[in-house]
Design a protein around this ligand. Structure first.
Ligand code: UD1
Ligand code: UDP
Length: 387
């Protein structure tokens, strides 16, 4: 056994993409740092359906959470407040060397507030991303988390540059704290995962066969942003576009539907459109799928239409054109290199983007997200700088 110091990190997960992102760090710890890093995992319970949470633990070899706060759904204030209270108690009990937070959800914000107030160093993975649209709950969460973090790991150069513009410095020296933070451009743990889990995703799942899907003969779509689901005009425009693209081109669109959207379809779509989409044989609305199933769908699709941050990037990792159902994106590199188009919730723009990509000859997918070893790098830096 080694006499080396072992540090304790406390990881907060809660929403689907965080559980997936956490798999990369847990894997790096298991493979390379198990004698040096002890990970305590706290699930806030923000997502709780079997297919929004447990499926990822079963499939991605993530250790079961040491704690589950069972927070569940609620208004922003109620949900976040309940998580802060629960996380604070655990921090006081576990006394970790730092807290590790992913992305920009209410679980991220709760972890940032709970930890920073009692001076537990915050490590933010997926730092620096900005939509420059503060009406998005995620924009508030990510800005607040970045500004109380000690180590900030940006997946992209543009994320790193955003931090510089907000006053973060490149030349701080250790010890790093929230008043003297260290910023990195280190690649994306989602890219690590996409490489790691994509081997044989088709053979390990039956999603293509079950849905009668053939390679490059279908489009994958996801919709869950509150700005789309909660506004009838926007939701109708999106579904109207998906309906006409699929029926006019006789191409299947498969839509694994987030529970938020599923619950609002009958309320926010017009009765007429709601009925039409249910009888459109080319529009397959299914329940959320596992990560390996999602990779199989992404890799075999001809195009991806989404408002998800993670799915936009995975489209790029698997070299698929992407139509973004938002008015802006944090992943501006995808749009700059021409492999993604921002179409918002605008029926005409969505249809035009579909037609453009259907006819487009060759798209560019340069290496922008690291070398697939971001999680190992992050573990090494945490070990070096967190005492
Ligand atoms: C959250 C994140 C968002 C992220 C998304 C990933 C915030 C503010 N938003 O959005 O950034 O992109 O997760 O998927 O943190 N629900 C269920 N079962 C579940 C989970 C949710 O039915 O297991 C339904 C509930 O009706 C709930 C609604 O979905 O009210 C929204 O869930 P919530 O976690 O508040 O936000 P998301 O839209 O999932
Ligand atoms: N995902 C999944 N099953 C689904 C839809 C998405 O496994 O049915 C994965 C997807 O591959 C990506 C992550 O969930 O890794 C993205 O999460 P989501 O779209 O919920 O949130 P966002 O990335 O927008 O925060």
């Amino acid at each position: 056994m080694t006499n080396e110091r072992k540090i304790k990190i406390l990881t907060i997960i809660g929403a689907r993409p965080q559980i997936i992102k956490a798999a990369a760090l847990s894997r790096a710890i298991k493979n390379k740092f198990k004698h040096k890093i002890q990970e305590v995992i706290v699930h806030t319970g923000q997502h709780y359906d079997e297919n929004m949470s447990q499926v990822f633990f079963d499939e991605l070899d993530i250790p079961n959470p040491d704690y589950n706060l069972n927070t569940g759904s609620g208004s922003h204030g109620k949900q976040t407040a309940s998580m802060i209270e629960g996380i604070e108690d655990i921090l006081l009990k576990e006394k970790p060397n730092c807290i590790v937070l992913y992305g920009d959800t209410n679980s991220t914000l709760a972890g940032a507030i709970a930890a920073s107030k009692i001076h537990v160093p915050v490590i933010h993975i997926e730092a620096g991303l900005r939509s420059f649209n503060k009406s998005m709950p995620e924009e508030i969460n990510r800005i607040m988390c970045d500004h109380v973090s000690a180590l900030l790991f940006c997946p992209t150069k543009s994320g790193y540059d955003n931090l510089l513009k907000e006053g973060f410095k490149e030349n701080n020296r250790p010890p790093y704290t929230f008043d003297n933070p260290k910023i990195y451009h280190c690649g994306d743990v989602m890219y690590d995962n996409s490489i790691y889990f994509s081997t044989n995703a088709e053979q390990k799942t039956t999603v293509l066969k079950d849905n009668n899907l053939q390679q490059s003969k279908f489009v994958l779509a996801t919709i869950h942003r509150n700005n789309n689901t909660d506004y009838p005009l926007r939701l109708n425009a999106i579904f109207s576009a998906l309906n006409s693209i699929s029926s006019e081109n006789k191409i299947t669109i498969i839509l694994p539907l987030h529970p938020r959207t599923a619950k609002l379809l009958s309320k926010n779509l017009s009765a007429e459109l709601y009925k039409i989409i249910q009888t459109n044989q080319y529009l397959k609305i299914v329940t959320p799928v596992s990560f390996l199933e999602m990779i199989a769908l992404e890799r075999n699709s001809s195009m991806i239409i989404t408002d998800s941050g993670g799915v936009q990037k995975e489209a790029f990792f698997f070299k698929k054109p992407c139509i973004i159902l938002r008015s802006e994106t944090e992943w501006i590199e995808l749009v700059k290199c021409g492999s993604a188009i921002i179409a918002d919730a605008d029926e005409t723009k969505i249809t035009e983007a579909y037609n453009y990509f259907s006819a487009a000859k060759k798209l560019e997918f340069p290496d922008l997200f690291g070398d697939g070893k971001a999680a190992e790098f992050i573990c090494g830096e945490i070990l070096t700088y967190i005492k």
